[in-house]
Design a protein around this ligand. Sequence first.
Ligand code: AMP
Length: 299
Amino acid sequence: MSVLIVGSTALDSIKTPNAENPRLLGGSASHAAVAASFFAPVKLVGVVGEDFPKKYITLYKKHRIDLGGLQIQPGKTFHWSGEYEVNMNNRRTLLTELGVFEKFTPHLPNAYKQSAFVLLANIAPALQHHVLDQMTKPKFTVADTMDLWLNIAMDDLQRLIKRVDGFVLNDSEAHQLTKEDNVFAAMRKIHKMGPKYVIIKKGSHGSILSSPKGFFICPAYPLHKVVDPTGAGDSFVGGMMGYLSTAKGGIDANIRRAMIYGSVAASFCCEGFGLNRTTKATRAHIEQRVKELGLLTKF
Ligand code: AMP
């Protein structure tokens, strides 16, 4: 089975205390698609401008990502720039140039409409709705978001939360959405908004799932050095959806293990700028870290 992923397809200019890297391949959909591609065929929905480097198209293709839903429009590719503090957790957005995203309407090729697994990666909730509207009967839909949409598109976002099976957000966004300081109380409130599966990401402290089968605490893979955490959350949810789409059995039987695979995908993302490290990983590297996480959490 394949995973349909919609989200931002971007050029990222990233500054850390140690280095600066302009115009890397980025965007929520790019990170999620590459992470998912280790497990399953991926169908990408997004838009880039005519300035989008050919080498990035080649990179998508190397990961066997179906680009039938990637529009190339006259104009500039979405460009995002961010700067990290010394702790590599706090980040400040320096620039957001929407470019061709400003007028983007996702049109799904017919072959995409029957995808069973749908990841609505971070992008304006109105566009996430537009993709869902075109789907025939997806088996499992998950949406991710960011603080910007909580600030400027809360109504669209709340309608979206009602429509999806799973909702993924980080702890500060969960607080913003529910006004709850306690993460478990926040999850309970989010369930009441609709989704059966709620996942709260806690950066280098891992993530927590609340599901019909109860809670699951998923660790982050212990890294001694973080080079660039941009896209870690997208890699997490992309890896999780990729694994889930190929696992035998239902969602409840597989979602915990799928989160572990997502966590491992995110760890590779953090070890290099942009997608530099993730694209060098192999399934064997992933399996090795999954095994290590198993040993680390066994008691
Ligand atoms: P994360 O580190 O998980 O927050 O994801 C970072 C990615 O989100 C970068 O690759 C950016 O290109 C992308 N991004 C930043 N701002 C936006 C936005 N307003 N809409 C969609 N994607 C964005």
